[in-house]
Write a new protein. Structure first.
Ligand code: NDP
Ligand code: OXD
Length: 294
Protein backbone atom coordinates (compact mmCIF):
# COMPACT_ATOMS: atom_id res chain seq x y z
CA UNK A 1 0.00 0.00 0.00
CA UNK A 2 1.25 3.50 -0.86
CA UNK A 3 1.63 6.09 1.95
CA UNK A 4 0.34 3.78 4.74
CA UNK A 5 0.60 6.56 7.35
CA UNK A 6 -1.72 8.88 5.42
CA UNK A 7 -5.52 8.80 5.33
CA UNK A 8 -7.37 9.17 2.03
CA UNK A 9 -10.62 10.96 1.32
CA UNK A 10 -12.69 11.21 -1.84
CA UNK A 11 -14.23 14.47 -2.97
CA UNK A 12 -18.01 14.27 -2.73
CA UNK A 13 -17.93 12.18 0.45
CA UNK A 14 -17.71 13.71 3.95
CA UNK A 15 -14.16 14.43 5.20
CA UNK A 16 -12.40 16.66 7.70
CA UNK A 17 -11.24 19.61 5.55
CA UNK A 18 -8.47 20.92 7.90
CA UNK A 19 -6.75 17.50 7.71
CA UNK A 20 -6.20 17.72 3.95
CA UNK A 21 -2.54 18.25 3.06
CA UNK A 22 -2.54 17.10 -0.55
CA UNK A 23 -5.05 17.04 -3.39
CA UNK A 24 -4.91 14.79 -6.47
CA UNK A 25 -7.15 16.22 -9.17
CA UNK A 26 -8.31 15.67 -12.72
CA UNK A 27 -10.99 18.25 -13.60
CA UNK A 28 -12.42 18.86 -10.12
CA UNK A 29 -15.55 21.05 -10.01
CA UNK A 30 -14.46 24.72 -9.70
CA UNK A 31 -14.52 25.86 -6.09
CA UNK A 32 -14.32 22.30 -4.72
CA UNK A 33 -10.88 22.92 -3.21
CA UNK A 34 -12.03 25.96 -1.23
CA UNK A 35 -11.63 25.82 2.55
CA UNK A 36 -8.59 23.55 2.82
CA UNK A 37 -6.50 25.61 5.28
CA UNK A 38 -3.61 23.13 5.49
CA UNK A 39 -3.28 22.26 1.81
CA UNK A 40 0.40 21.90 0.86
CA UNK A 41 0.43 20.63 -2.74
CA UNK A 42 -2.03 20.10 -5.60
CA UNK A 43 -1.10 17.17 -7.86
CA UNK A 44 -2.49 17.20 -11.39
CA UNK A 45 -3.41 13.67 -12.49
CA UNK A 46 -2.37 14.65 -16.02
CA UNK A 47 0.57 16.29 -17.72
CA UNK A 48 -1.58 19.30 -18.56
CA UNK A 49 -2.75 21.65 -15.82
CA UNK A 50 -5.28 23.79 -17.71
CA UNK A 51 -8.04 21.76 -16.02
CA UNK A 52 -6.81 23.10 -12.65
CA UNK A 53 -6.09 26.68 -13.65
CA UNK A 54 -9.66 27.22 -14.93
CA UNK A 55 -10.78 27.11 -11.29
CA UNK A 56 -10.84 30.79 -10.22
CA UNK A 57 -10.87 29.64 -6.57
CA UNK A 58 -7.86 27.32 -6.91
CA UNK A 59 -5.90 27.52 -3.61
CA UNK A 60 -2.48 29.13 -3.72
CA UNK A 61 -0.46 25.92 -3.27
CA UNK A 62 2.28 24.56 -5.58
CA UNK A 63 0.92 22.56 -8.53
CA UNK A 64 2.82 19.43 -9.57
CA UNK A 65 2.06 17.84 -12.95
CA UNK A 66 2.67 14.36 -14.38
CA UNK A 67 5.95 13.70 -16.12
CA UNK A 68 6.22 9.99 -16.81
CA UNK A 69 8.39 8.07 -19.25
CA UNK A 70 5.56 5.66 -20.15
CA UNK A 71 3.20 8.56 -20.96
CA UNK A 72 5.93 10.21 -23.04
CA UNK A 73 6.58 7.00 -24.96
CA UNK A 74 2.87 6.52 -25.68
CA UNK A 75 2.51 10.07 -26.96
CA UNK A 76 5.43 9.61 -29.33
CA UNK A 77 3.89 6.33 -30.55
CA UNK A 78 0.67 8.19 -31.38
CA UNK A 79 2.49 11.04 -33.13
CA UNK A 80 4.75 8.72 -35.14
CA UNK A 81 1.80 6.50 -36.09
CA UNK A 82 -0.13 9.46 -37.48
CA UNK A 83 2.89 10.95 -39.24
CA UNK A 84 3.34 7.60 -41.02
CA UNK A 85 -0.39 7.21 -41.75
CA UNK A 86 -0.38 10.52 -43.63
CA UNK A 87 3.01 9.93 -45.24
CA UNK A 88 2.00 6.50 -46.55
CA UNK A 89 -1.63 7.45 -47.39
CA UNK A 90 -3.16 4.71 -45.26
CA UNK A 91 -6.74 5.82 -45.86
CA UNK A 92 -6.29 5.68 -49.62
CA UNK A 93 -4.96 2.13 -49.53
CA UNK A 94 -7.68 1.02 -47.11
CA UNK A 95 -10.24 2.33 -49.58
CA UNK A 96 -8.49 0.62 -52.45
CA UNK A 97 -8.44 -2.65 -50.51
CA UNK A 98 -12.20 -2.42 -49.87
CA UNK A 99 -12.66 -1.81 -53.62
CA UNK A 100 -10.12 -4.56 -54.55
CA UNK A 101 -8.33 -1.93 -56.57
CA UNK A 102 -4.65 -2.53 -57.39
CA UNK A 103 -3.34 0.97 -58.17
CA UNK A 104 -0.15 2.87 -57.40
CA UNK A 105 -0.08 5.62 -59.96
CA UNK A 106 1.64 8.48 -58.17
CA UNK A 107 4.22 6.74 -55.96
CA UNK A 108 4.96 7.67 -52.36
CA UNK A 109 7.08 10.48 -50.93
CA UNK A 110 9.68 9.42 -48.38
CA UNK A 111 10.05 10.77 -44.85
CA UNK A 112 13.14 12.75 -45.81
CA UNK A 113 11.02 14.72 -48.30
CA UNK A 114 8.71 15.89 -45.52
CA UNK A 115 9.33 18.83 -43.20
CA UNK A 116 7.65 18.40 -39.82
CA UNK A 117 7.08 21.35 -37.49
CA UNK A 118 6.55 20.48 -33.83
CA UNK A 119 4.81 23.19 -31.77
CA UNK A 120 5.93 22.71 -28.16
CA UNK A 121 9.39 21.41 -27.35
CA UNK A 122 8.72 20.30 -23.79
CA UNK A 123 8.90 16.78 -22.40
CA UNK A 124 6.53 15.43 -25.07
CA UNK A 125 7.50 17.59 -28.04
CA UNK A 126 11.22 16.86 -27.68
CA UNK A 127 10.70 13.10 -27.53
CA UNK A 128 8.33 13.10 -30.52
CA UNK A 129 10.73 15.32 -32.50
CA UNK A 130 13.64 12.97 -31.82
CA UNK A 131 11.65 9.88 -32.85
CA UNK A 132 10.37 11.53 -36.03
CA UNK A 133 13.96 12.45 -36.82
CA UNK A 134 15.05 8.84 -36.36
CA UNK A 135 12.49 7.84 -39.00
CA UNK A 136 14.09 10.29 -41.41
CA UNK A 137 11.63 13.20 -41.28
CA UNK A 138 13.17 16.67 -41.39
CA UNK A 139 12.16 18.17 -38.06
CA UNK A 140 11.87 21.72 -36.76
CA UNK A 141 10.31 22.85 -33.50
CA UNK A 142 8.88 25.91 -31.79
CA UNK A 143 8.91 26.86 -28.13
CA UNK A 144 8.36 29.93 -25.96
CA UNK A 145 12.07 30.26 -25.10
CA UNK A 146 14.98 29.61 -27.51
CA UNK A 147 16.41 26.07 -27.50
CA UNK A 148 19.24 24.12 -29.08
CA UNK A 149 18.42 20.50 -29.89
CA UNK A 150 20.40 17.91 -31.82
CA UNK A 151 18.86 17.26 -35.23
CA UNK A 152 16.01 19.75 -34.77
CA UNK A 153 15.90 23.28 -36.23
CA UNK A 154 14.52 25.41 -33.44
CA UNK A 155 12.38 28.54 -33.48
CA UNK A 156 10.76 30.71 -30.82
CA UNK A 157 8.55 33.77 -30.63
CA UNK A 158 6.09 35.14 -33.20
CA UNK A 159 8.73 35.61 -35.94
CA UNK A 160 9.99 32.12 -35.33
CA UNK A 161 6.48 30.71 -35.67
CA UNK A 162 5.98 32.47 -39.02
CA UNK A 163 9.27 31.07 -40.34
CA UNK A 164 8.52 27.56 -39.12
CA UNK A 165 5.00 27.53 -40.60
CA UNK A 166 6.22 28.69 -44.00
CA UNK A 167 8.39 25.59 -44.33
CA UNK A 168 6.07 23.04 -42.68
CA UNK A 169 4.36 20.12 -44.47
CA UNK A 170 3.16 18.41 -41.30
CA UNK A 171 2.35 20.33 -38.12
CA UNK A 172 2.52 18.35 -34.86
CA UNK A 173 1.06 20.20 -31.87
CA UNK A 174 2.13 19.35 -28.34
CA UNK A 175 1.56 22.70 -26.66
CA UNK A 176 -0.16 23.31 -23.32
CA UNK A 177 -3.41 25.29 -23.30
CA UNK A 178 -2.72 28.74 -21.85
CA UNK A 179 -4.02 32.25 -22.35
CA UNK A 180 -1.35 32.66 -25.05
CA UNK A 181 -1.95 29.43 -26.96
CA UNK A 182 -5.78 29.35 -26.86
CA UNK A 183 -7.20 29.31 -30.41
CA UNK A 184 -3.74 29.42 -32.00
CA UNK A 185 -4.67 26.76 -34.57
CA UNK A 186 -7.09 28.85 -36.60
CA UNK A 187 -7.68 29.84 -40.23
CA UNK A 188 -4.93 32.48 -40.08
CA UNK A 189 -2.35 29.95 -38.96
CA UNK A 190 -3.37 27.30 -41.48
CA UNK A 191 -3.04 29.89 -44.27
CA UNK A 192 0.63 30.35 -43.33
CA UNK A 193 1.57 26.67 -43.77
CA UNK A 194 3.47 25.54 -46.87
CA UNK A 195 1.02 24.54 -49.61
CA UNK A 196 3.18 22.91 -52.28
CA UNK A 197 4.84 20.11 -50.29
CA UNK A 198 5.16 16.43 -51.17
CA UNK A 199 1.98 15.42 -49.33
CA UNK A 200 -0.27 17.52 -51.59
CA UNK A 201 -1.02 20.00 -48.79
CA UNK A 202 -0.36 20.54 -45.08
CA UNK A 203 -1.30 17.99 -42.42
CA UNK A 204 -2.34 18.94 -38.86
CA UNK A 205 -1.64 16.51 -36.00
CA UNK A 206 -2.89 17.83 -32.62
CA UNK A 207 -2.67 15.98 -29.32
CA UNK A 208 -2.04 19.06 -27.16
CA UNK A 209 -5.44 20.39 -26.16
CA UNK A 210 -8.71 21.03 -28.00
CA UNK A 211 -8.74 24.65 -26.85
CA UNK A 212 -5.67 25.26 -29.01
CA UNK A 213 -7.72 24.73 -32.14
CA UNK A 214 -10.84 26.17 -33.79
CA UNK A 215 -12.68 23.04 -34.96
CA UNK A 216 -14.77 24.96 -37.54
CA UNK A 217 -11.61 26.48 -39.05
CA UNK A 218 -10.14 22.99 -39.46
CA UNK A 219 -13.24 21.86 -41.36
CA UNK A 220 -13.12 25.01 -43.53
CA UNK A 221 -9.37 24.62 -44.16
CA UNK A 222 -9.90 21.02 -45.29
CA UNK A 223 -12.54 22.24 -47.73
CA UNK A 224 -10.37 25.06 -49.11
CA UNK A 225 -7.19 22.99 -49.37
CA UNK A 226 -5.39 25.02 -46.68
CA UNK A 227 -5.19 21.62 -44.94
CA UNK A 228 -4.91 18.27 -46.72
CA UNK A 229 -5.64 16.11 -43.69
CA UNK A 230 -5.72 16.04 -39.90
CA UNK A 231 -5.24 13.70 -36.95
CA UNK A 232 -6.96 15.01 -33.86
CA UNK A 233 -6.90 13.53 -30.36
CA UNK A 234 -8.36 16.64 -28.72
CA UNK A 235 -11.32 18.91 -29.49
CA UNK A 236 -12.89 22.18 -28.45
CA UNK A 237 -15.70 20.16 -26.85
CA UNK A 238 -15.05 16.69 -25.45
CA UNK A 239 -16.55 14.22 -26.04
CA UNK A 240 -16.65 15.42 -29.65
CA UNK A 241 -20.36 16.15 -30.35
CA UNK A 242 -21.99 13.49 -32.50
CA UNK A 243 -22.95 16.10 -35.10
CA UNK A 244 -19.38 17.35 -35.58
CA UNK A 245 -18.38 17.03 -39.26
CA UNK A 246 -14.94 15.94 -38.07
CA UNK A 247 -16.28 12.45 -37.22
CA UNK A 248 -17.10 11.62 -40.82
CA UNK A 249 -14.55 13.68 -42.72
CA UNK A 250 -12.61 11.40 -45.06
CA UNK A 251 -9.32 13.23 -44.43
CA UNK A 252 -9.61 13.30 -40.63
CA UNK A 253 -8.56 10.77 -38.00
CA UNK A 254 -10.32 11.18 -34.64
CA UNK A 255 -9.19 9.60 -31.39
CA UNK A 256 -10.93 10.13 -28.02
CA UNK A 257 -8.27 12.10 -26.12
CA UNK A 258 -6.26 8.98 -25.44
CA UNK A 259 -3.03 9.62 -27.33
CA UNK A 260 -1.18 9.15 -24.06
CA UNK A 261 -3.14 7.95 -21.07
CA UNK A 262 -1.43 8.27 -17.71
CA UNK A 263 -0.88 4.77 -16.31
CA UNK A 264 -2.68 4.91 -12.93
CA UNK A 265 -0.24 2.73 -10.94
CA UNK A 266 2.83 4.60 -12.18
CA UNK A 267 1.26 8.00 -11.52
CA UNK A 268 0.16 6.99 -8.00
CA UNK A 269 3.63 5.67 -7.18
CA UNK A 270 5.27 8.85 -8.49
CA UNK A 271 2.95 11.03 -6.39
CA UNK A 272 3.58 8.92 -3.28
CA UNK A 273 7.35 9.25 -3.85
CA UNK A 274 7.00 13.02 -4.18
CA UNK A 275 4.95 13.31 -0.97
CA UNK A 276 7.50 11.23 0.96
CA UNK A 277 10.38 13.32 -0.41
CA UNK A 278 8.51 16.58 0.31
CA UNK A 279 7.94 15.48 3.91
CA UNK A 280 11.69 14.78 4.23
CA UNK A 281 12.25 18.41 3.24
CA UNK A 282 13.26 17.75 -0.38
CA UNK A 283 12.05 20.01 -3.20
CA UNK A 284 9.01 19.07 -5.31
CA UNK A 285 9.62 18.11 -8.95
CA UNK A 286 7.63 19.13 -12.03
CA UNK A 287 6.10 22.18 -10.37
CA UNK A 288 4.35 24.39 -12.91
CA UNK A 289 4.63 28.14 -13.18
CA UNK A 290 1.16 29.58 -12.59
CA UNK A 291 1.98 32.87 -14.29
CA UNK A 292 2.94 31.05 -17.54
CA UNK A 293 0.07 28.59 -17.17
CA UNK A 294 2.15 25.43 -17.68
P1 NDP B 1 5.87 20.90 -21.22
O1 NDP B 1 5.45 21.90 -20.20
O2 NDP B 1 7.04 20.02 -20.92
O3 NDP B 1 6.19 21.64 -22.62
C1 NDP B 1 5.42 22.67 -23.11
C2 NDP B 1 6.13 23.23 -24.34
O4 NDP B 1 5.27 24.21 -24.94
C3 NDP B 1 7.43 23.94 -23.98
O5 NDP B 1 8.41 23.69 -24.96
C4 NDP B 1 7.03 25.42 -24.01
O6 NDP B 1 8.09 26.30 -24.33
C5 NDP B 1 6.02 25.40 -25.14
N1 NDP B 1 5.13 26.56 -25.05
C6 NDP B 1 4.26 26.90 -24.09
N2 NDP B 1 3.66 28.06 -24.37
C7 NDP B 1 4.17 28.47 -25.56
C8 NDP B 1 3.95 29.61 -26.36
N3 NDP B 1 3.09 30.60 -26.02
N4 NDP B 1 4.67 29.73 -27.50
C9 NDP B 1 5.54 28.76 -27.86
N5 NDP B 1 5.79 27.65 -27.14
C10 NDP B 1 5.10 27.52 -25.98
O7 NDP B 1 4.58 20.02 -21.55
P2 NDP B 1 4.52 18.52 -22.10
O8 NDP B 1 5.40 18.42 -23.28
O9 NDP B 1 4.71 17.55 -20.99
O10 NDP B 1 2.97 18.43 -22.51
C11 NDP B 1 2.41 19.31 -23.46
C12 NDP B 1 0.90 19.20 -23.45
O11 NDP B 1 0.49 17.95 -23.98
C13 NDP B 1 0.23 19.19 -22.07
O12 NDP B 1 0.15 20.51 -21.52
C14 NDP B 1 -1.13 18.62 -22.37
O13 NDP B 1 -2.03 19.65 -22.72
C15 NDP B 1 -0.87 17.73 -23.58
N6 NDP B 1 -1.05 16.30 -23.29
C16 NDP B 1 -2.00 15.61 -24.01
C17 NDP B 1 -2.19 14.27 -23.80
C18 NDP B 1 -3.15 13.49 -24.62
O14 NDP B 1 -3.38 12.30 -24.34
N7 NDP B 1 -3.71 14.07 -25.67
C19 NDP B 1 -1.43 13.54 -22.77
C20 NDP B 1 -0.46 14.36 -22.08
C21 NDP B 1 -0.30 15.69 -22.33
P3 NDP B 1 9.38 26.46 -23.35
O15 NDP B 1 10.11 25.14 -23.43
O16 NDP B 1 10.15 27.57 -23.93
O17 NDP B 1 8.81 26.73 -21.98
C1 OXD C 1 -2.85 14.88 -19.81
C2 OXD C 1 -3.88 14.31 -20.68
O1 OXD C 1 -2.72 16.11 -19.72
O2 OXD C 1 -4.10 13.07 -20.62
O3 OXD C 1 -2.12 14.08 -19.17
O4 OXD C 1 -4.47 15.03 -21.48
Amino acid sequence: MLLPSHAFAVLGQPFDRPRVGYVLSWRHPPGALNGLPNLKVVFSLGAGVDHLLVDPALPDAPIVRVVDSDLTARMSEWVVMHALIHLRQLRRYERQQRERLWADDDGQPKAADVQVGVLGLGVLGRDAAAKLGTLGFRVAGWSATPKTLDGVDTFSGADGLARLLAQTDMLVVLLPLTAETKGLLDAGLFARLKRDGPLGGPILINAGRGGLQVDADIVAALASGALKGASLDVFEREPLPVDSPLWRHPAVYVSPHNAAISEAGAIAAAIARQIEAFERGEPLENVIDRARGY
